[in-house]
Design a protein around this ligand. Structure first.
Ligand SMILES: Nc1ncnc2c1ncn2[C@@H]1O[C@H](COP(=O)(O)OP(=O)(O)OP(=O)(O)O)[C@@H](O)[C@H]1O
Ligand SMILES: [Mg+2]
Length: 441
């Protein structure tokens, strides 16, 4: 019988890289942003799965965070396999395809949870955005799991200073490592983006970030993350008995959704503990107002911060009409320590980071962890600290950081951490103390 031909709608941008992937066991591709890395890697996995002649083929795509794998690569994986007879498992993030020897499974993982990757075997692994993945994931988890079936691995990403990715790139370039292949594709080599767009990006990013993200330069130091992932994860594992936080003043932060896809998030903090966040998607401003009023009446927080940028201003007005005392929180306002921070946003995230170092407990929520870890900082020429702009964070994680913004609001004003401080008279600033001077950032 003639076999049926199925065509996958994918035309490789870089056919030579697919060839290298067939030839070499370990490939390290350093490529600029938006080059088409993730699409290429997913399509290579699909082809390998279909051609796999070992029984129960097992293929993995690893992004730095599971939420990231889900928001970006999962859509690509479903899109490109749509024409194939397949079984999709949404909760496991896996797709099972027919292969030469039965079936093969492609699974998506996050390097933020190495335990989910342990104890399995792999025929082919893709590590996407290697620079952001923990080194142990490769060394301790993936490398050993490739041993039984002569598994292969593709490392792909954009440079972020000296780390695992750079080490693997150097290793792959050494002549004696005949199993390894290295390729670098800066923007000048791909013609993927038009020149005007490249010029615009260059002006927006500044020279360092452009050299890193588009010229694939490992020598430029990585943008610095404000809160290391390890600290976030440790904070999510902490447990405190009730007496530690029960009498601390309740601080509430309300981040209001701006667009249809965003969520409104309410955060409740007491001393060293942040409770699980309340998340509302698609709620009208009137309904959100109702939730805030009942929360206020029930819990009588010591202070209620409401993000007052854009639609949030409407919520502030409405709550005030109803007699609820709210503090209007403008992240773009001038910092309290204006000599150190460009705006309140940088200042409140820094206080949140200090609180985490002091032992703060966060609710265990991987997407909150991802949003917090995405906050990068740098210094202006006048030495003030500045956080990565929100639309850049959106590009990076594929959504608005609503949860981390709501959390950071709990530090909008220097709020007392302990019950003792609170009772000793260290009260919150009132809005009258705050000079609102919306800045450019
Ligand atoms: N071979 C291809 N044919 C057509 N479109 C493609 C191809 N490869 C990538 N694209 C498109 O280019 C865009 C970027 O692709 P992709 O997400 O794979 O890039 P990336 O290099 O992983 O980007 P980032 O650096 O943001 O992670 C997407 O819109 C994708 O659909
Ligand atoms: Mg990508």
């Amino acid at each position: 019988m003639k076999s049926k031909e199925i065509i996958i709608q994918y035309t490789p941008r870089f056919p030579e890289l697919h060839e290298a992937l067939e030839k070499f066991r370990f490939c390290v591709f350093v490529m600029h942003r938006r080059a088409g890395k993730t699409v290429m890697a997913i399509n290579h996995l699909i082809k390998q799965a279909l051609l796999c002649d070992k029984p129960f083929g097992h293929f993995a795509f690893i992004a730095p965070f599971r939420t990231q794998a889900k928001s970006i690569a999962w859509e690509y994986a479903k899109h490109y396999t749509a024409v194939l007879p397949r079984t999709v498992n949404e909760s496991e993030l896996s797709i099972t395809l027919p292969s030469r020897n039965g079936s093969a499974k492609i699974r998506l993982f996050g390097a933020d949870n190495p335990d989910a990757l342990r104890g399995l075997y792999y025929d082919f692994v893709v590590m996407d955005e290697v620079a952001q993945c923990k080194a142990e994931v490769w060394q301790e988890v993936i490398r050993p799991s490739l041993a039984d079936r002569d598994g292969r691995c593709l490392f792909i990403g954009t440079p972020q200073g000296p780390n695992l990715f750079r080490d693997l790139f150097s290793l792959a370039q050494k002549e004696e490592n005949t199993d390894w292949f290295a390729a670098s594709y800066p923007i000048s080599k791909t013609n993927v983006l038009d020149l005007e767009e490249v010029e615009r990006i260059k002006a927006e990013l500044g020279p360092d970030a452009f050299a890193r993200e588009f010229l694939c330069d490992f020598n430029v130091a990585a943008a610095t993350t404000l809160i290391p992932l390890a600290l976030i994860q440790e904070a999510m594992r902490r447990e405190y008995p009730e007496h530690v936080w029960k009498d601390s003043p309740l601080i509430v932060g309300v981040d209001v959704a701006r667009y249809g896809d965003d969520s409104s998030v309410i955060t409740l903090r007491q001393g060293l503990v942040v409770h699980p966040q309340l998340i509302y998607k698609g709620l009208s401003l009137t309904d959100l107002c109702g939730r805030v009023v009942s929360l206020y009446n029930e819990k009588k927080p010591a202070v209620l911060f409401v993000d007052a940028i854009g639609v949030g201003a409407g919520l502030v007005d409405r709550l005030r009409e109803l007699g609820i005392p709210v503090v209007e929180a403008l992240a773009s306002a001038r910092a309290i320590k204006a000599d150190k921070f460009v705006n309140r946003r940088a200042e409140m995230y820094t206080e949140l980071a200090d609180w985490l170092k002091a032992g703060g407990k966060l609710p265990d929520d991987p997407s909150l962890a991802e949003e917090l870890a995405a906050q990068e900082y740098e210094f202006t020429s006048t030495g003030k600290m500045l956080l990565l702009k929100k639309d850049k964070i959106k590009e990076k994680i594929g959504r608005s950081p609503d949860k981390s913004d709501s959390l950071a609001l709990c530090w909008f004003n220097a709020a007392p951490i302990t019950t003792e401080e609170y009772h000793a008279g260290l009260k919150f600033n009132t809005e009258a103390d705050i000079a609102y001077e919306p800045l450019e950032y």
